[in-house]
Write a protein that binds this ligand. Structure first.
Ligand code: CP3
Length: 331
């Protein structure tokens, strides 16, 4: 929390995106008997999975176990996680009329299970802060339109260019919901929130400013706790990402952390180890972790993280080694 506010801390804080997940045997065991959506919708299970990495490693923050796609259901889009395929939305948005049909829903009611999981987890965590999260308007809209994962995001771009009014309405609806959802998460105890714009790097800077920035800005500027603005593939327009906002800017490995820090200026920064390095044995991993720490420099306001999520293939011992290495670092 100090790092979010750019205050000096006695060690470099570290947490990892997807720290709760398939690389852990404890998680895989629970997944044998429950689907991903069941685990998200049962607060005791979501809370248990959130705590798994906290019990095993010395992370400085927990992130609530949920998914950025959970709000699609109450919006009226039927979400399923198909085996081996990732998310599938059966009635994806394809025409402007589809946007009018999206429901305006009460987050406390429809996503109450996430809020309950946050309440339960905060009680167990003690002094460790809990991070709440939501998908960013663009990334959520892209799933609503593509109906699943995509390589080139052509349907999304086509919709955006062909039906700009419907696109803006869609972004307005999603961002209003996201704003309320994040505020509800802090109201029940999340100490900070992260907004995931995982795929917005498929856009160039002009499209980002025109079609995305105002909506991300609205969500980010309304939060009352520190907010982390995460994206990938956006290092060529970090100025626009910063303009959209965030107390902390999360960057990926496509930019040197020292260069990113200079560009970001008076904000905290999070990142940016390539999660592929976590597959490498001890000495190699250690050298890469040190290189990131060195690039981060001495100024306060730095949170060690990956540039994107932990891969399921990651050996848990390597996560442990990474955390120890970060905590023993003297800048
Ligand atoms: O520990 C944590 O990070 C908290 C839990 C978390 C999940 N999803 C659980 C999950 C978080 C923060 C997310 C965010 C999320 N979900 C994002 C943004 C971050 C990113 O990775 O870019 C996105 C794009 C999604 C959508 C999503 N969820 C996809 C595309 C998939 C399938 C791909 C995959 O990795 O399997 C998921 C499934 C998912 N969400 C898993 C987990 C642990 C794996 C599912 C499983 O157990 O089968």
């Amino acid at each position: 929390m100090k790092a979010c506010r750019r205050e000096a801390a006695n060690k470099t804080p570290v947490w990892l995106m997807r720290q709760a997940g398939r690389y852990m045997a404890e998680y895989r065991k629970l997944r044998e008997t429950h689907t991903l959506l069941e685990m998200c919708r049962q607060p005791d299970l979501a809370s248990e999975v959130t705590m798994q990495p906290i019990r095993r490693f010395q992370m400085d923050a927990a992130i609530i176990f949920a998914d950025i796609l959970l709000p699609l259901e109450p919006l009226g889009l039927h979400l399923e996680f198909a085996k081996g395929e990732g998310p599938v939305i059966h009635n994806a948005i394809s025409r402007p009329e589809d946007v009018n049909r999206l429901h305006d829903f009460d987050v406390k009611h429809e996503l109450g299970f996430v809020l309950e999981a946050i309440r339960m987890t905060v009680q167990q965590l003690g002094a460790t802060p809990l991070i709440g999260f939501a998908g960013a308007p663009f990334t959520v809209a892209s799933y609503a339109i593509e109906g699943g994962h995509s390589r080139h995001f052509l349907k999304t771009k086509q919709f955006m260019y062909q039906y700009p009014d419907a696109w803006h309405l869609l972004m307005k609806k999603i961002s209003d919901m996201t704003d309320r959802y994040l505020q509800a998460q802090t109201a029940v105890g999340a100490s900070a929130v992260q907004m995931f714009d995982s795929w917005v790097g498929v856009l160039g800077p002009d499209d980002y400013r025109k079609f995305v920035l105002p909506y991300s800005q609205m969500v980010l500027s309304n939060q009352r706790v520190p907010v982390i603005h995460f994206s990938t593939g956006t290092s060529s327009y970090l100025d626009a990402i910063c303009e959209a906002g965030g107390d902390v800017i999360s960057v990926d490995w496509r930019i040197d952390l020292a260069v990113a820090r200079k560009q970001i200026g008076a904000r905290a920064i999070q990142g940016n180890l390539d999660p592929a390095h976590l597959l490498m044995p001890g000495e190699k991993l250690r050298a890469e972790v040190q290189a990131v720490l060195k690039a981060a420099g001495k100024d306060p306001g730095y949170i060690f993280n990956l540039g994107h999520g932990v891969f399921p293939e990651t050996p848990p011992e390597n996560v442990e080694l990474l955390i120890k290495e970060v905590h023993s670092w003297k800048p």
